[in-house]
Design a protein around this ligand. Structure first.
Ligand code: UDP
Length: 338
């Protein structure tokens, strides 16, 4: 990840922006910090390090265009100076992580976003919110277009995240309508790639780490539930394109890879790709686990000319070496090394 040698495509002095990435030490956020600096922008990374990792941004700490502020966006924001754009990626996104402190998750989504919206309003900045496919809950239609209003349990274990994100979308809508703020909303579907924490708890990282270690691969339920997996580089392109979209693009835009897999298929693919001796172990499906998840991306194609390019096979091939290289990762010796 050599950001310093890749300034060829950098923007001009006039195009240079000062950009806040809230959640900038997280999986997606840290990739975004890298990409924006590579593009020639100043980046201010805000992170409370609840799930963000210093190791994700350690290589940027001495970079003159990068500032790290350890801060929880639920609290009053520090004075940040000029701000042209804000990406709000601040919130734990893995079910075990966001369910560990549901009240804080809800506050992060609602109060945190409110703080950033007020800041955007004061500074005249454009602000992009990372929303989620979770706003569709356990959907009754497949694939899910943006007009689908979802099927969400307001009092279940996922509600702090799902309803928090739904409330953020409303906040964005009202700030745009009442105050004329330039807002963007990305509904992000399951995204994976290098930089994920091996203990993140989401399905791709769990399966790859388990299969690398030759441990049982833990499929929840019978594995017939589906997800559609987007590789991180595709997601970054989508987020940047949405930020750069005309100011009329205020309605939510699905960003995700529309190729759908069952979780059992994913488990089998990971085991096969790694030629791992791991076996599949089935256990209970968590409460309110969505049965189907596949984005309709017609709006993204139309308004930002975006669609994913990386297949699951290609994305796994790029992701596996990252997990394999992470030190002290496994409780057991790597089967591949035996
Ligand atoms: N899942 C699984 N085994 C795991 C982790 C997750 O079978 O070790 C399932 C989970 O129940 C869900 C799907 O994989 O059906 C995706 O889970 P993840 O936590 O990655 O994201 P979600 O889309 O549910 O927020």
């Amino acid at each position: 990840m050599d950001i310093f040698s890749s300034r060829r495509n950098a923007c001009t002095q006039d195009e240079r922006q000062r950009i806040i990435v809230a959640g900038g030490a997280g999986f997606l956020g840290s990739h975004l910090c890298d990409a924006l600096i590579k593009d020639g922008h100043f980046v201010v990374c805000l992170d409370n390090f609840l799930t963000g990792r210093l190791s994700n941004v350690a290589h940027l700490l001495d970079h003159p265009m990068f500032t790290l502020i350890t801060h929880d966006i639920v609290a009053r924001l520090p004075d940040i100076g000029q701000v042209d754009q804000i990406y709000n990626l601040a919130c734990a996104a893995s079910p075990p992580k966001y369910q560990a402190d549901p009240l804080h998750t809800f506050k992060t989504n609602v109060i945190g976003a409110l703080n950033l919206l007020e800041l955007a309003d004061r500074k005249g900045a454009t602000i992009l919110q990372s929303s989620t496919s979770e706003v569709y809950g356990d959907p009754e239609i497949n694939p899910q277009p943006e007009w689908y209003r979802g099927c969400v349990n307001t009092v279940g274990p996922r509600a702090c995240y799902d309803e928090g994100k739904r409330a953020v979308e409303t906040l964005f809508y009202e700030f745009h309508k009442q105050r004329g703020l330039r807002t963007r909303i990305a509904r992000i579907f399951n995204t994976y790639g290098p930089g994920m924490s091996p203990s993140d708890g989401r399905v791709v990282s769990n399966f790859v780490v388990q299969a690398l270690a030759g441990e049982d691969v833990t499929v929840f339920g019978d594995g017939s539930q589906t997800r559609s997996f987007c590789y991180v580089s595709d997601m970054l392109r989508g987020l940047k394109a949405l930020m750069a979209a005309p100011d009329t693009v205020v309605d939510p835009v699905n960003l995700g890879n529309p190729v759908e897999f069952t979780i059992l298929e994913l488990a089998e693919t990971v085991i096969k790709t790694l030629k791992s001796p791991s076996r599949i172990r089935f256990s209970d499906l968590p409460a309110d686990d969505p049965k189907l998840r596949k984005p309709n991306i017609e709006r993204a194609k139309r308004v930002i000319g975006w669609e994913p390019q990386v297949t699951l096979a290609q994305g796994l091939a790029l992701t596996i070496p990252y997990f394999a290289a992470e030190p002290n990762r496994y409780s057991k010796a790597l089967w591949a090394a035996e």
